[in-house]
Design a protein around this ligand. Structure first.
Ligand code: PLP
Length: 441
């Protein structure tokens, strides 16, 4: 008997009772290797003593102080650390309590920016199909995932969507990578012109797509072209790094690898590493100045923004992530994971694509490898893989969805960065068993 309205009502969930390193143990004594960091959250694994101590110390000082009365040393320290480590041009931090809140705040910041600078006519947000930017109404509206949106469509604010950068399915056989990137940039430009050259607020995208397609990086050059299009029409570029940021792809900020300068970046998940719910928006000096020299306020706010204990956890997490060798370890373990997946699953008739960057890897499952035909959605292959993986003591993050009539089953792997080679091998072994069982017959 449960009194919680769980995400999936029929599912009988095991009770997690302890976590240590890359393992979680349930009440029956079963141990699971956390191959997905929950949902790409637990970047330092479970039970990290330094993070727990930082939280304890902060709680002994003060656990909560409302941000309309006070700031705190710990929140200021976190902001300073993030700005120091971020790509150039991200100069300020707006701390929130999670990913959806970060996206909501970024959207409102972008809109208010144009009000502040005398362009209040701008009212459109453009994002990409098959994207996920959170579950609150504004963030859900920005997302282009038809299944998640469907029943809430009547109450979602209007947003606009263009094609994702999804080379496995959408790059034409006779098309070079450059030509593909140019086609997508031209599509964005056409959408901006259709909506009105001075009517668009922002374009929102994940540098490496997580929760809808399983670790899909953009093709090289895509984001540089997108930036050029945005600049041509004064459109802000919001990069959503809620899932792919904070070292997940082998650099603290995923956009570093794209060599692109965003106006706003959202971060969460790995920022608190699961120790506390926390997220943030990072913004440029230009946006900050518009607020500071204009109305003097950002017309937004939630009760728990800048929460001191959450800030203490995040400050320690980010400090650990920035230590020498940490990102190199993520890159090395990521390469081992990719190589192992390629060797073990690459020839599987039901594995269409294995992709990703750093410790952020996705596997796309198909009914027919050559034709890339998807499985019948009714089979819920992704859910079967999750069940088979749990039975083998592995947590992996499954996704299934339909985009423009094409269904996809994906599995996301996003283990903690402290993972060791033998644990990577264990993940691959268990996942291979789970996929074989889920796709058999
Ligand atoms: N943005 C992206 C890219 C995400 O992957 C997610 C969650 O998976 C969110 C936003 C929403 O974050 P949260 O679940 O913390 O609200």
């Amino acid at each position: 008997m449960t009194r919680i309205l769980h995400r999936s009502i029929a599912a009988a969930l095991p009770h997690a009772v302890s976590g240590q390193g890359v393992y979680i143990q349930d009440a029956e004594g079963r141990r699971y290797i956390d191959g997905s960091g929950g949902a790409a959250v637990s970047c330092l694994g479970h039970g990290n003593p330094e993070v727990l101590e930082a939280m304890r110390v902060q709680m002994d000082h003060i656990a909560y102080a409302h941000t309309s009365f006070f700031t705190t040393d710990v929140a200021e320290r976190l902001a300073e650390r993030l700005v120091r480590l971020a790509p150039e041009g991200l100069d300020y931090v707006y701390p929130v309590s999670g990913g959806s809140e970060a996206v909501e705040a970024a959207l409102k910041m972008a809109r208010q920016y144009f009000v502040e600078i005398g362009q209040p006519q701008r009212r459109h947000i453009i994002a990409r199909r098959q994207s996920y930017h959170g579950n609150t109404i504004g963030a859900l509206a920005a997302g282009g995932n038809a299944w998640r949106r469907a029943q809430f469509q009547p109450i979602l604010p209007e947003t606009h969507h263009v094609s994702p950068c999804y080379a496995y399915r959408d790059q034409r056989p006779d098309e070079t990578t450059d030509a593909y990137a140019q086609r997508l940039a031209a599509e964005l430009e056409a959408k901006i012109i259709e909506l009105g050259a001075d009517q668009v607020i922002a374009f929102v995208a994940e540098p490496v797509v997580g929760a809808t397609m399983g670790a899909v990086p953009a093709v090289p050059g895509y984001f540089r072209l997108i930036r050029e299009v945005c600049d041509r029409y004064g459109v802000l570029l919001i990069l959503d790094e809620v899932m792919c940021g904070m070292g997940r792809t082998g650099s603290l900020f995923a956009c570093t690898a794209e060599e692109v300068r965003p106006d706003l970046v959202t971060i969460a998940k790995g920022l608190g590493g699961g120790y506390q719910p926390i997220g943030a928006v990072m913004l440029s000096e230009q946006i900050y100045r518009a607020f500071a020299d204009g109305s003097g306020l950002f017309q937004h706010g939630h009760t728990y923004i800048g929460h001191p204990v959450a800030a203490a956890a995040a400050d320690k997490v980010v400090e650990i992530l920035s230590r020498p060798g940490m990102m190199e370890h993520v890159q090395a373990m990521g390469e081992r994971l990719q190589a192992g997946l390629d060797a073990t699953l690459g020839q599987s008739p039901h594995v269409g694509d294995i992709r990703g960057r750093g410790l952020f890897r996705g596997i796309e499952l198909v009914a027919d490898k050559d034709g890339k035909a998807s499985f019948d959605p009714a089979l819920r292959i992704h859910a079967r893989v999750k069940k088979e993986a749990m039975a083998r003591g592995l947590m992996c993050y499954p996704m299934g969805g339909t985009i423009d009539g094409v269904h996809g089953d994906h599995v996301l792997l996003a283990p903690p960065y402290i993972i060791q080679p033998e644990e990577i091998d264990q993940i691959i072994d268990r996942l291979a068993g789970a996929i074989a069982a889920a796709t058999a017959g």
